[in-house]
Design a protein around this ligand. Structure first.
Ligand SMILES: Cc1cc2nc3c(=O)[nH]c(=O)nc-3n(C[C@H](O)[C@H](O)[C@H](O)COP(=O)(O)OP(=O)(O)OC[C@H]3O[C@@H](n4cnc5c(N)ncnc54)[C@H](O)[C@@H]3O)c2cc1C
Length: 486
């Protein structure tokens, strides 16, 4: 069986990528080890503002908002960062467990008709000049023009493609579990020289969610009730009559990143490309946004409208984003230690983050709203996310994000006096004439000069800004949509 693209792994990243490719009418299939979308243990607890925006760009944010709890979730080293004054429709985060997020994404992928080969693993890959052979655990195989490894931190695809995964070994490990105890424990957060740990109430205190640091760094996959009991006794001097655990898992602060996000016809996204501590709740968010950066580029290469070199912009744009996440999680892990000197650093940091400018900068980073791809110098909008403006179009009032639902590029002409000639690309870009009389305001940066026109990529980032003429437009169209058709 052959497909244009095969995705190994149907977690949040693989599902989002599949949907992006399906929107672009690419023949794509997912191979997923799990038989259903159940997420064992506990993983992500929600979405940051930019991820909600990205889902809004595809018209599906409401599905998530309907099931989660809106809250101010951005924080750095546990210092809350309020983004309610940020110029975005979604000036908040969303508390929603990963399993719910995955189920909503999987339902959308189902509507888009993407086949998911469940209960099967990718066991081997071999690439040649024209494609990749993908061996499966059921003895079958698939052929694809491109293979994307969205198969998590231990990615087999990454290893078999020979892509290095440099970084830092863990300095601390944690057990996380949902438990029943006979006695009332000491609820709340504690900190000691090695790290921060906590006991939180569930069901009004009948059960507890525990996050316990371990004395030594452990890496085993399936921690036991005995290990959990030992960790409780080591930290609290008692196990509080620990009776049972509905699940127990372990995580560490290991921080590693793929040296390259692409090796010929094999690409990596999400945890397969980067792993780090869960501090700040960023991993799932970065993975979903990797997928939205890669999807339309891969679709254009598969369609033959753009050269393969477009795929290199995926690494160039997304590698620095995850590198910054690794750095900020390492800083937050250090700040979670509780010796007196580190307490002083944390207090200093917390004082700084209460000042307006640092708060905005860090909130922009943690929420993902400040992401800026380096597309050269020029107007501040260049390389940044386009705001969801209330436009007036020929069809009446329309939110800008609704123009991106089909994941196609948009040339938004806001009254540029010069004629914008896009004839050679007319089948590849949607042209919209609109009016917008309000202020253009970006998170962190504030108000910027109103452009006369903008070229918006399918991922919502601005690829070209017109300031009254069409200078640079043909170059931008060639770079991002492929060479002109004669
Ligand atoms: C305790 C904890 C808390 C976290 N909290 C947050 C948070 O609040 N916010 C946040 O954004 N992130 C958080 N994360 C991180 C988040 O869970 C991950 O970043 C996210 O799951 C990555 O998604 P992914 O799709 O890239 O990888 P995964 O979710 O790991 O999905 C990979 C998929 O590939 C499948 N697979 C693996 N190997 C193969 C194979 N060979 N063949 C076929 N299928 C395969 C797996 O079954 C899985 O479905 C947390 C993580 C932990 C551990």
């Amino acid at each position: 069986m052959s497909h244009a693209v095969v995705i190994a792994g149907g977690g949040p990243t693989g599902l989002m990528l599949a949907a992006e490719l399906a929107l672009a009418r690419v023949d794509v299939a997912i191979v997923e080890r799990r038989v259903d979308q159940e997420v064992p243990g506990s993983r992500a607890g929600g979405l940051h503002a930019r991820t909600i925006e990205v889902l809004d760009q595809r018209g599906i944010a409401d599905r998530f908002l309907a099931e989660g709890q809106i809250a101010q979730v951005a924080a750095f080293a546990m210092v809350p960062l309020d983004i309610s004054d940020f110029p975005t429709r979604h000036n908040y985060g969303l508390a929603l467990w990963q399993e719910r997020i995955e189920r909503i994404l999987a339902a959308w992928v189902g509507e888009l008709g993407v086949p998911i080969l469940r209960g099967r693993e990718v066991t081997g890959i071999a690439q040649d000049e024209t494609g990749v052979d993908v061996a499966l655990s059921d003895g079958g195989s698939l052929r694809a023009q491109y293979l994307v490894g969205c198969d998590g931190g231990r990615s087999l695809v990454r290893k078999q493609a020979g892509i290095d995964f440099p970084g830092w070994d863990p300095s601390i490990s944690y057990l996380i579990a949902e438990v029943e105890m006979a006695e009332e424990p000491a609820w709340g957060l504690r900190r000691d020289r090695l790290g921060t740990y906590a006991l939180g109430k569930l069901d009004g205190g009948k059960r507890a969610r525990v996050v316990l640091r371990e004395e030594r760094v452990e890496q085993g996959d399936e921690p036991t009730l005995r290990e959990l009991r030992a960790a409780l006794v080591a930290l609290y001097g008692t196990d509080y009559g620990l009776r049972s655990a509905s699940w127990i898992s372990r995580f560490t602060d290991m921080a590693r990143q793929a040296a390259s996000y692409r090796h010929r016809r094999v690409l990596l996204a999400g945890d397969a490309a980067h792993v780090h501590s869960p501090m700040g709740g960023q991993g799932l968010n970065v993975g979903v946004q990797d997928a939205v950066n890669l999807g339309w580029k891969l679709a254009q290469v598969v369609a033959g409208t753009s050269p393969e070199s477009l795929l290199d912009t995926y690494h160039a744009e997304r590698h620095p984003v995850a590198a910054r996440v690794l750095r900020n999680t390492m800083a937050q892990t250090a700040l979670s230690r509780g010796d007196e000197r580190m307490d002083a650093v944390r207090e200093t940091m917390s004082e700084l983050l209460r000042l307006d400018e640092p708060r905005k900068r860090y909130a922009g980073m943690m929420s993902g709203l400040d992401i800026h791809y380096d597309l050269g110098s020029g107007h501040p909008l260049l390389g940044r996310r386009v705001p969801d403006l209330d436009l007036v179009t020929e069809r009446g009032p329309q939110r800008l994000f609704t123009l991106l639902h089909e994941a196609r590029p948009v040339l938004l002409d806001l009254g540029a006096r010069a004629a914008l000639d896009i004839t050679p690309w007319v089948d590849r870009v949607r042209r919209i004439d609109a009016r917008y009389d309000g202020v253009w305001e970006l998170p962190v940066l504030g108000a910027v000069t109103a452009p006369a026109a903008v070229l918006i990529r399918p991922d919502g980032h601005v690829a070209w800004v017109g300031e009254g003429d069409d200078r640079g437009l043909a170059d931008a169209l060639t770079t991002w949509l492929g060479p002109p058709v004669a």
